[in-house]
Design a protein around this ligand. Structure first.
Ligand code: UDP
Length: 466
């Protein structure tokens, strides 16, 4: 492997500097995309913050990683206290340290040709322009969600939001109600965060490409519409190739992980469960459940009488009902396993998984689609309600567990949704659709597929400018 990597290093024709927003759900797709580019002879350097690097449990050996500063070298987000404070300071400090890195790489004989940045950090465009570099924005959310933020940017969705009416209907979505738009749009208290999200479009007319982690067949109408505005290229799903077409060498690793997966515990347990019998439950790297919600979920899972593998991050564990874990361990039929983090793709790929109860983060949604796993959607915030809408009503690969008027999904509803997906007639249709979308996702990234062609085109343009 080392020899192969060395060979690649010597044949690189272009060099991309990747600037992800430092969060698990943002870095994962950009790292996977980087690995794809690297397999096509593009040299990759990932620039991430010192504070984020410190939290890494797993570091990729496949790409170079360099540290820059966000102004909070000791504690990142947590030190900043709020998203708005963090991102404002990152903007002030980030440009200088990114510029410094570009100069250092040039001095080392590795000049950069292109910056691929997360649009949460739109100031990267100015840095690219200062050095005459090509520049690509990389959106880590669905095209539908990007489109909604675009509507806010253009004033089509007026703020503070009152009603979301038909005029803001997103192409390709059936009807969009207030409960379906990203929470930062529907909740006036998030106005400051929304401003930052809308800022993603502030520099977009100056970029050479807009890359989106989605695939054409999945969001056709929206992509067609947005392509009239920006040079869009869908390049997803950015799943390690081993799960799709088994082409790239040594591509199973996640690469950059904040949490340590309990791989052996999960796989040993799953290996003893019957085919398609297990509900996999995860709310991603960030969402925090209200204690009441945690309680309802805990009993909903137990009452469903299904086997379940539930990821409860250690900072959420204290919200579990008293003695829940102990009782679970003592239960003779060994129905449930609770872990603090798992290798999600390996879990979704496992034959014992029957459905995925998910918060509908965009990566989790794409991963479930790519591996053909039907979903029970329990969106919490941010873009998740829109993704849940797509899952339930557009792609028909899951059901959404509805909240009551206090904003809690009750245990009976959870139980009912799990049964619906795993046992009922409607569940059969959902599973068939999930299989269909899995096929389409694979085709998109396979040789000659829509995303593969876009990546090829992107790489050949890169080669001509470098
Ligand atoms: N993930 C994981 N193990 C877990 C839970 C999540 O590896 O136990 C990964 C998952 O595969 C996905 C990412 O963490 O790539 C979560 O991203 P997503 O966009 O779904 O949610 P976010 O964390 O941004 O809310």
């Amino acid at each position: 492997i080392e020899r192969k990597l060395l060979q690649k290093m010597t044949t690189h024709k272009a060099h991309c500097l990747i600037l992800p927003y430092p969060a698990q759900g943002h870095i994962n797709p950009m790292l996977q995309f980087s690995k794809r580019l690297q397999s096509k002879s593009v040299k990759i350097t990932i620039a991430t913050t010192k504070s984020f690097l410190k939290t890494m449990q797993e570091l990729s050996t496949l790409v170079s990683i360099e540290a820059i500063s966000d102004g909070y070298d000791d504690g990142g987000h947590e030190q900043a206290g709020s998203f708005v404070t963090y991102i404002t300071r990152f903007k002030e400090v980030g440009s200088d340290t990114l510029s410094h890195l570009i100069e250092t790489l040039t001095t080392r004989g590795c000049p950069v040709n292109c910056i691929i940045y997360d649009p949460f950090l739109p100031w990267a465009v100015e840095v690219a322009k200062k050095y005459g570099l090509a520049c690509a924005a990389f959106f880590t959310q669905s095209c539908a969600v990007d489109n909604i933020y675009y509507y806010v940017h253009k004033g089509v969705i007026k703020l503070p939001p009152t009603e979301v009416d038909e005029q803001v209907l997103v192409p390709g979505l059936l009807t969009i109600e207030k409960s379906d738009v990203p929470t930062f749009v529907s909740n006036p208290e998030s106005a400051k965060i929304l401003e930052m999200l809308v800022d993603q479009f502030s520099n977009l007319e100056n970029v050479d490409w807009v890359l989106i982690n989605s695939f054409y067949e999945l969001e056709k109408e929206i992509i067609d519409w947005m392509s009239k505005l920006y040079p869009i290229k869908t390049i997803g799903p950015t799943i390690p190739s081993i799960y799709l077409d088994k082409r790239l060498p040594n591509d199973k690793e996640y690469g950059l992980s904040v949490f340590k997966p309990m791989t052996n515990e999960c796989l040993n347990w799953l290996n003893h469960q019957p085919i398609s019998s297990v509900v996999y439950v995860s709310f991603g790297s960030y969402a925090k459940l209200e204690p009441d919600q945690m309680e309802e979920l805990a009993w909903g899972l137990r009452n469903s009488n299904k086997n379940f593998l539930w990821v409860v991050r250690s900072n959420e564990e204290s919200k579990l009902p008293k003695n829940y874990l102990e009782e679970l361990k003592l239960a003779s039929e060994n129905k449930g396993l609770v872990v603090s983090w798992c290798p999600q793709l390996q879990i979704l790929e496992h034959k014992s998984i029957g459905c995925f109860l998910t918060h509908c983060g965009w990566n989790s949604t794409l991963e479930a689609i790519s591996l053909g796993v039907p979903m029970v959607a329990m969106p919490q915030w941010s873009d998740q309600p829109t993704n849940a809408k797509l899952v339930e009503d557009v792609w028909e690969i899951g059901v959404r567990a509805k909240q009551d008027d206090k904003g809690i999904v009750r245990r009976e509803v959870i139980e009912e949704c799990i049964r619906l997906v795993m046992e009922e007639e409607k569940g059969k249709m959902i599973k068939e659709n999930a299989k269909k979308w899995k096929e389409l996702a694979r085709n998109a990234v396979d040789e000659g597929g829509s995303s593969d062609r876009n990546i090829e085109e992107f790489v050949s343009k890169l080669m001509t400018i470098s």
